[in-house]
Design a protein around this ligand. Structure first.
Ligand code: IMP
Length: 201
Protein backbone atom coordinates (compact mmCIF):
# COMPACT_ATOMS: atom_id res chain seq x y z
CA UNK A 1 0.00 0.00 0.00
CA UNK A 2 1.28 3.47 -0.96
CA UNK A 3 0.89 6.11 1.77
CA UNK A 4 1.94 9.71 2.28
CA UNK A 5 3.60 10.56 5.58
CA UNK A 6 1.94 13.69 6.97
CA UNK A 7 4.94 15.25 8.66
CA UNK A 8 7.48 18.00 8.21
CA UNK A 9 9.74 16.52 10.88
CA UNK A 10 12.67 14.72 9.16
CA UNK A 11 13.42 12.64 12.27
CA UNK A 12 9.88 11.30 12.40
CA UNK A 13 9.76 10.73 8.64
CA UNK A 14 12.94 8.63 8.75
CA UNK A 15 11.46 6.48 11.50
CA UNK A 16 8.06 6.05 9.82
CA UNK A 17 9.77 4.91 6.58
CA UNK A 18 12.12 2.59 8.49
CA UNK A 19 9.32 0.95 10.48
CA UNK A 20 6.58 0.72 7.82
CA UNK A 21 8.67 -0.34 4.78
CA UNK A 22 9.35 -3.91 5.99
CA UNK A 23 5.64 -4.21 6.86
CA UNK A 24 4.56 -3.80 3.23
CA UNK A 25 3.98 -0.04 3.00
CA UNK A 26 5.59 2.27 0.48
CA UNK A 27 5.90 5.55 2.36
CA UNK A 28 6.30 8.59 0.16
CA UNK A 29 7.37 12.11 1.10
CA UNK A 30 4.58 14.64 0.75
CA UNK A 31 5.00 16.64 -2.52
CA UNK A 32 4.70 19.78 -0.36
CA UNK A 33 5.06 20.30 3.35
CA UNK A 34 1.81 21.72 4.72
CA UNK A 35 1.67 24.14 7.61
CA UNK A 36 -1.02 22.52 9.76
CA UNK A 37 -2.21 24.19 12.97
CA UNK A 38 -2.26 21.53 15.69
CA UNK A 39 -5.30 22.88 17.49
CA UNK A 40 -6.36 19.63 19.15
CA UNK A 41 -6.10 19.06 22.88
CA UNK A 42 -4.87 15.47 22.55
CA UNK A 43 -2.29 13.58 20.50
CA UNK A 44 -5.05 11.57 18.85
CA UNK A 45 -6.97 14.67 17.76
CA UNK A 46 -3.81 16.29 16.37
CA UNK A 47 -2.84 13.13 14.47
CA UNK A 48 -6.24 13.14 12.78
CA UNK A 49 -6.07 16.90 12.01
CA UNK A 50 -2.70 16.39 10.25
CA UNK A 51 -3.83 13.26 8.39
CA UNK A 52 -7.00 14.95 7.12
CA UNK A 53 -5.13 18.07 5.98
CA UNK A 54 -2.67 15.99 3.91
CA UNK A 55 -5.42 13.73 2.57
CA UNK A 56 -7.53 16.72 1.52
CA UNK A 57 -4.57 18.21 -0.31
CA UNK A 58 -3.05 15.15 -1.98
CA UNK A 59 -5.96 12.68 -2.12
CA UNK A 60 -3.86 9.71 -1.04
CA UNK A 61 -3.99 7.40 2.00
CA UNK A 62 -2.11 9.26 4.69
CA UNK A 63 -0.20 8.23 7.79
CA UNK A 64 0.16 10.83 10.52
CA UNK A 65 1.85 10.68 13.90
CA UNK A 66 1.34 12.92 16.86
CA UNK A 67 3.67 12.25 19.69
CA UNK A 68 5.47 13.79 22.60
CA UNK A 69 7.05 13.49 25.99
CA UNK A 70 5.09 13.37 29.27
CA UNK A 71 7.08 14.09 32.41
CA UNK A 72 5.58 12.98 35.71
CA UNK A 73 7.04 15.81 37.83
CA UNK A 74 5.69 18.36 35.30
CA UNK A 75 2.16 16.91 35.51
CA UNK A 76 2.42 15.46 32.00
CA UNK A 77 4.05 18.47 30.32
CA UNK A 78 5.39 19.11 27.71
CA UNK A 79 2.78 16.68 26.27
CA UNK A 80 1.05 18.08 23.17
CA UNK A 81 3.38 21.11 23.44
CA UNK A 82 6.54 18.96 23.08
CA UNK A 83 7.69 20.45 19.78
CA UNK A 84 7.36 24.06 20.96
CA UNK A 85 7.94 23.66 24.70
CA UNK A 86 10.74 26.27 24.60
CA UNK A 87 8.15 28.95 23.73
CA UNK A 88 5.49 27.95 26.27
CA UNK A 89 5.17 30.07 29.38
CA UNK A 90 5.88 27.34 31.90
CA UNK A 91 8.38 28.75 34.37
CA UNK A 92 9.93 31.14 31.84
CA UNK A 93 10.46 30.99 28.10
CA UNK A 94 13.66 29.59 26.66
CA UNK A 95 15.80 31.59 24.31
CA UNK A 96 16.35 29.76 21.00
CA UNK A 97 20.08 29.26 20.67
CA UNK A 98 20.87 26.51 18.20
CA UNK A 99 17.91 24.35 17.20
CA UNK A 100 14.41 24.25 18.68
CA UNK A 101 15.17 20.71 19.86
CA UNK A 102 18.14 22.05 21.85
CA UNK A 103 16.03 24.87 23.34
CA UNK A 104 13.33 22.34 24.36
CA UNK A 105 15.91 20.10 26.03
CA UNK A 106 17.52 23.06 27.87
CA UNK A 107 14.14 24.12 29.20
CA UNK A 108 13.27 20.61 30.35
CA UNK A 109 16.60 20.18 32.17
CA UNK A 110 16.23 23.61 33.80
CA UNK A 111 12.74 22.76 35.09
CA UNK A 112 13.94 19.40 36.42
CA UNK A 113 17.09 20.74 38.09
CA UNK A 114 17.25 19.22 41.59
CA UNK A 115 14.05 17.21 41.01
CA UNK A 116 14.37 13.57 42.15
CA UNK A 117 11.38 12.15 40.29
CA UNK A 118 12.64 11.98 36.70
CA UNK A 119 10.08 9.48 35.42
CA UNK A 120 8.70 10.19 31.94
CA UNK A 121 7.22 8.48 28.91
CA UNK A 122 7.12 9.06 25.19
CA UNK A 123 3.68 8.52 23.70
CA UNK A 124 2.56 8.30 20.08
CA UNK A 125 -0.78 8.08 18.34
CA UNK A 126 -0.64 7.24 14.66
CA UNK A 127 -3.47 7.17 12.14
CA UNK A 128 -3.93 5.79 8.65
CA UNK A 129 -6.61 7.96 7.04
CA UNK A 130 -8.17 7.06 3.69
CA UNK A 131 -10.92 9.67 3.43
CA UNK A 132 -13.77 7.46 4.54
CA UNK A 133 -12.05 5.61 7.38
CA UNK A 134 -9.32 6.04 9.93
CA UNK A 135 -7.38 3.29 11.70
CA UNK A 136 -5.38 4.17 14.80
CA UNK A 137 -2.43 2.80 16.72
CA UNK A 138 -1.05 3.79 20.12
CA UNK A 139 2.36 3.23 21.66
CA UNK A 140 4.36 4.37 24.63
CA UNK A 141 7.91 4.03 25.92
CA UNK A 142 8.65 4.53 29.61
CA UNK A 143 11.90 5.85 31.01
CA UNK A 144 13.62 8.65 32.91
CA UNK A 145 15.12 12.03 32.09
CA UNK A 146 18.94 12.16 32.31
CA UNK A 147 20.81 15.01 34.03
CA UNK A 148 22.70 15.93 30.85
CA UNK A 149 22.20 15.32 27.09
CA UNK A 150 24.16 12.36 25.67
CA UNK A 151 24.42 10.93 22.15
CA UNK A 152 23.89 12.18 18.62
CA UNK A 153 21.26 9.81 17.18
CA UNK A 154 17.51 10.35 16.89
CA UNK A 155 15.93 13.76 17.37
CA UNK A 156 13.95 15.87 19.83
CA UNK A 157 14.31 14.77 23.45
CA UNK A 158 16.24 11.57 22.60
CA UNK A 159 19.55 12.83 24.10
CA UNK A 160 17.94 13.14 27.57
CA UNK A 161 15.57 10.16 27.54
CA UNK A 162 16.81 6.92 29.11
CA UNK A 163 14.40 4.05 28.31
CA UNK A 164 13.49 1.64 31.12
CA UNK A 165 16.10 -1.12 31.44
CA UNK A 166 18.81 1.00 29.77
CA UNK A 167 21.63 3.26 30.97
CA UNK A 168 22.14 4.75 27.49
CA UNK A 169 19.95 7.59 26.25
CA UNK A 170 17.72 7.06 23.21
CA UNK A 171 20.26 9.13 21.21
CA UNK A 172 22.98 6.58 22.05
CA UNK A 173 20.89 3.58 20.95
CA UNK A 174 21.19 2.38 17.30
CA UNK A 175 18.16 3.26 15.11
CA UNK A 176 16.87 -0.33 14.69
CA UNK A 177 16.96 -0.81 18.45
CA UNK A 178 15.11 2.48 19.01
CA UNK A 179 12.42 1.26 16.59
CA UNK A 180 12.00 -1.96 18.59
CA UNK A 181 11.39 -0.18 21.90
CA UNK A 182 10.02 3.22 20.88
CA UNK A 183 6.50 4.61 21.23
CA UNK A 184 6.44 5.19 17.44
CA UNK A 185 7.54 1.62 16.68
CA UNK A 186 4.83 0.21 18.97
CA UNK A 187 2.14 2.57 17.63
CA UNK A 188 2.90 1.79 13.97
CA UNK A 189 3.02 -1.98 14.57
CA UNK A 190 -0.33 -1.75 16.42
CA UNK A 191 -1.75 0.24 13.51
CA UNK A 192 -0.62 -2.37 10.97
CA UNK A 193 -2.11 -5.18 13.12
CA UNK A 194 -5.43 -3.30 13.19
CA UNK A 195 -5.38 -2.84 9.39
CA UNK A 196 -4.67 -6.58 8.97
CA UNK A 197 -7.51 -7.55 11.33
CA UNK A 198 -9.92 -5.38 9.32
CA UNK A 199 -8.80 -6.78 5.95
CA UNK A 200 -9.05 -10.39 7.30
CA UNK A 201 -12.74 -9.94 8.20
P1 IMP B 1 4.54 16.83 16.88
O1 IMP B 1 4.01 15.42 16.99
O2 IMP B 1 4.90 17.21 15.49
O3 IMP B 1 3.66 17.82 17.58
O4 IMP B 1 5.93 16.88 17.64
C1 IMP B 1 6.33 15.93 18.52
C2 IMP B 1 7.51 16.44 19.33
O5 IMP B 1 7.68 15.51 20.42
C3 IMP B 1 8.82 16.40 18.56
O6 IMP B 1 9.12 17.65 17.98
C4 IMP B 1 9.82 16.05 19.66
O7 IMP B 1 10.17 17.21 20.37
C5 IMP B 1 9.01 15.16 20.59
N1 IMP B 1 9.17 13.74 20.20
C6 IMP B 1 8.24 12.92 19.63
N2 IMP B 1 8.76 11.72 19.38
C7 IMP B 1 10.03 11.77 19.76
C8 IMP B 1 11.10 10.82 19.71
O8 IMP B 1 10.98 9.68 19.21
N3 IMP B 1 12.27 11.23 20.21
C9 IMP B 1 12.45 12.47 20.75
N4 IMP B 1 11.51 13.40 20.78
C10 IMP B 1 10.30 13.06 20.29
Amino acid sequence: MKVIAATSNPGKLREIVRILSPLGFEVIDPPDVLKVEETGSSFLENALIKAKAYFDRFGMPTVADDSGLEVEALRGYPGVYSSRFYSIDFGGQEEVRGSKDEANVRKLLRLLKGVDNRRARFVAWVVLYTGDSGVFGYGECRGTIAEEPRGSGGFGYDPVFVPEGYTRTMAEIPPEEKDRISHRGAALRNLVRAVQRISDR
